[in-house]
Design a protein around this ligand. Structure first.
Ligand SMILES: [Zn+2]
Length: 228
C-alpha cells in the first residue's frame, strides 16, 4: 500500500514533490501556478508588510480576490508580530480584517504570531469563529498552549523542533496528536526531515505520523468541503 502524502502546511518554496501536498504561501498580488492536485496556496497580508492604511486596504482586497481560486485554501499568513517595526495598531486592524474574511468565506486562518499569543487568543475568544486557526512556526510554552487548546487552536511545527533548548519541545511532546501539523516555512529541506524529527520526539514511526497529519489535514479539508 502506498503511504499517504506528506503535508507541508506552510512553505515559501515552489519545489513540489509527488509524495507531498504543499500549502505555499503567497503575498497579495503574487501569481501562482495552476492546480496540479497537490499544490495549494495561502494568501494573506503579513504583519511585516503592513504599510499605510490605504495600501493595506488595497492588499486586503487582493487577498479577498485570490480566495476565488479553488486551490487557495487558507487566509494567511496573517497575524501579529511585536518584533516587527510596523505599526502594531495597524497590524491588529489588518489581522482582524483577515480573521473576519476567513470566517465570512469559511477558510482556515494561518497565523504568524511573535510575542503576541495573548492578543491572538483574545481575538479568537471574542470572535468565536467556526473556522480553524493554525499557529505556524509555533513556539509557545505549556501554559499558553493549554489556554489556546481550550479555544481549539491548531499548531504547526518546523525548524524550532531542531533546537535542543526550545521550550516548545516540551509543548510538542505534550500536545494531542490531532492538533499538529508540520511545515518547512523558509527551511531549504523537504518536510520529511521535520516529520522524522517529530516522530523521534513523539516516539512514533514517521509513517504513523504521516497518517496522523494526513487525517488532521483532511479534517480541515472537510471544513472546506462544507463550504460548498
Ligand atoms: Zn512563513
Amino acid at each position: 500500500m502506498r503511504p499517504v502524502p506528506y503535508i507541508d502546511i506552510h512553505t515559501h518554496s515552489t519545489r513540489f514533490t509527488k509524495d507531498t501536498v504543499t500549502v505555499q504561501n503567497i503575498f497579495p498580488g503574487e501569481g501562482f501556478a495552476p492546480f496540479s492536485g497537490r499544490n495549494f496556496y495561502s494568501v494573506g497580508l503579513h504583519p511585516w508588510h503592513i504599510s499605510t492604511e490605504e495600501e493595506n486596504n488595497e492588499a486586503l482586497q487582493m487577498v479577498e480576490e485570490a480566495l476565488e481560486f479553488d486551490h487557495v485554501i487558507f487566509v494567511g499568513e496573517a497575524g501579529l508580530d511585536k518584533r516587527s517595526e510596523t505599526n502594531f495598531a495597524e497590524q491588529q486592524r489588518v489581522f482582524k480584517a483577515q480573521a473576519f474574511m476567513a470566517e465570512e468565506y469559511q477558510y482556515p486562518l494561518l497565523i504568524h504570531c511573535v510575542k503576541a499569543y495573548n492578543e491572538v487568543f483574545e481575538l479568537r475568544r471574542k470572535m468565536q469563529p467556526a473556522m480553524p486557526w493554525i499557529l505556524h512556526s509555533y513556539s509557545g510554552g505549556l501554559e499558553i498552549t493549554e489556554q489556546l487548546l481550550k479555544f481549539k487552536f491548531l499548531f504547526s511545527f518546523g525548524s524550532l523542533l531542531f533546537n535542543q533548548n526550545a521550550k516548545v519541545l516540551e509543548t510538542f511532546k505534550w500536545l494531542p496528536l490531532d492538533k499538529i501539523f508540520f511545515e518547512t516555512d523558509e527551511l531549504e529541506e523537504h518536510v520529511s526531515v521535520v516529520y522524522k524529527r517529530g516522530a523521534e520526539l513523539r516516539g512514533l514511526s514517521a509513517d504513523a505520523l504521516r497518517e496522523v497529519v494526513w487525517k488532521n489535514f483532511n479534517r480541515i479539508e472537510r471544513t472546506l468541503v462544507d463550504r460548498t
